[in-house]
Design a protein around this ligand. Sequence first.
Ligand code: ARG
Ligand code: GLU
Length: 716
Amino acid sequence: MKKSILLSLLLLVRSVAFADEGMWLPIFLKQLNEPDMKAKGMRISAEDIYSVNQSSMKDAVVLFGGGCTGEIISDKGLLLTNHHCGFSQIQSHSSLENDYLKYGFWAMTQDQELACPGLSVTFIIRIEDVTAQIIGKISPDMSESDREKTIKDMSGLLEKKAIEGTHYGANVRPFFNGNQFYLFVTETFKDVRMVGAPPSSIGKFGGDTDNWMWPRHTGDFSLFRVYAGPDNKPAEYSKDNVPFKPRHFFPISLKGVQPGDFTMVYGFPGRTTQYISSYAVKNTMEVNNPARIAIRTARLEIIDDAMRSSDKLRIQYAAKQASIANAWKKWQGEQKGLTRLNTIQNKQAFEKSFNEWAKLNGNKEYINLLDQMRRQYEELAPFSKAIDYINEAAYGVEMLRYAAAFNKLESLASANPLDEKAMLEEANRLLNTSGGFYKDFDATTDRKLFVAMMNMYFTEVDAAYHPSELINIQAKYKGDFAAGGSYLYSKSLFADSLKLQAFLKGFSVKKLKQLQADPAYKLAMSLRNIFKSKLEAPAGAINADLAILNRKYMVAQMEMEPTKRFYPDANSTLRVAYGQVEGYEAADATYYNHMTTIEGIMQKENPAVEEFEVPKKLKELYASRDFGDYAVNGTLPVAFVASNHTTGGNSGSPVLNANGELIGTNFDRVWEGTMSDIDFDPDKCRNISLDVRFTLFVIDKFAGCKRLVEEMKIVK
Ligand code: ARG
Ligand code: GLU
């Protein structure tokens, strides 16, 4: 009796503690989460969120571009996402004459909406559990390569069958480290146009200083529109395309949020690793994160300096800087969070009980699992550090990364027999894409990056992984990489767009020698050789072994805790996270409220610091307290935090209330909770959302773009 009370109490504590953790597959909400969601206040059903039979909320959620989420908010395909998700589109439409980064962009009429070549959005038509079909073809005694081949073949078959006679796409994806498989049928639209973006002084207010932080005042949104052919189906860009009529779009609620309110986030979280061993966490904390943070600190110093020095450089490097700075800051938060939570020690304690359980069950395979993982990670560490330095430091020098991409030209040009057509095509492709690269390239800035990065590479990376060309440069200039850099950037084709383009025009085999003698190309190839000859194979082999061990460890954990609700790690597939609006205790004696307002923008305003400039128009609206329908208690809400479990890729995700109405757009996590990709702390992990009332205020009052507000469905 006593024991069972204790046990159920324990289970209760555990399920309460893990209440808001999880990124759930929409197809299992009914089975796994609906009662819990309703208990937390949800007033709609799992079927409203995801249905195969009728239109449902999933029909208004898209994968936006490569790695963000967006939501449809009108019956004319209007799409809302983050400013930082639309950032590279805003940046590439910007010039010194039309500086949309600085002043914002608003299509006041539909014909002013700007085409965005290369941008696409993907809807999910349906999701199917195909685990049984795939696992049915696999036997436990199969070799790994046979297993892989069987999965690949079977996936291909299922994908083909799923989309026969349709314009859809399909892919089968592994879940739970390759223990389960799900089929996604998708519909991708390629004509997506830019509709509106606030100036960076709103959309990126607070910049990198406030990034990953709460309290936050960033108006992080931008608007796009999905266009379709006259038949409402996806079509390549054409003037004749029309706004897409969606199967569902989100109504927008002006009711706002109170602490304790149910919220859910519907989107495409990118990658988490919740079930890894302590050894994996150790590798992240002791090898990868420190190396990557140090390298990016050095790169950012140089890029930030350059961006401050001129408007031209500021525009050229804006998107690159934002993406380098973003992960750089997150890794630092993650380090702190994992340290504070004692994640390694907690995982070790779990591993101890895991080993005891395995012994008790006499499962030989499981008994050795963790020890094997430990050994693999010990072996991996030196390789993984060198690989980080190649990717982050050496290829952080843009000229080297760009030069490396010319390798294909070399192999085509020296092929025997020579396929002249293929070679000329490749030269032409390189010529046509070179403009894109040089548009945002500054040789002086890149040379400074070269000097810093080569120095770091040379001092930090084990001599066994020093490429011969780097050793040559080091010796020739007696360790003075500045002198080496001057030589390289004055001699190389790649430092000068005109020289490079002249080289590519009328390319022939005879010109190959010039490429092979180019000092930047030589260094890039030498780096590539080190990677290929000394790193790729051994690290690849270890990672392949680890993948198998992790797959087994995952099932083992599920067997060990049969009553626990497991959710699969994020893998850029559609998920639902749910929780409630709530503040948190950030540090000793520091409690943060759930919501920020425009008062905070004015408090942070600092005309002397670019990140904290406030646009004049916003100040005027503030002074006249002209907040329209969007005010609450006489002020204007900006952002709020809630306990939804989110990660990178969830940016731009719709944040919904208990009725499935849009109340915000997810755009970040709080600093104290950035370790949630590995270890979720219900006390501190909060997602940050832009309050939709601020979004509407900016569109309506600040930009005066009423036509957009009019096409939305607003619930008062
Ligand atoms: N931290 C957010 C995310 O992970 C937003 C980043 C954009 N802002 C910036 N200042 N870099 O994507
Ligand atoms: N800003 C992130 C993104 O681009 C979301 C923040 C997070 O990692 O949770 O997806």
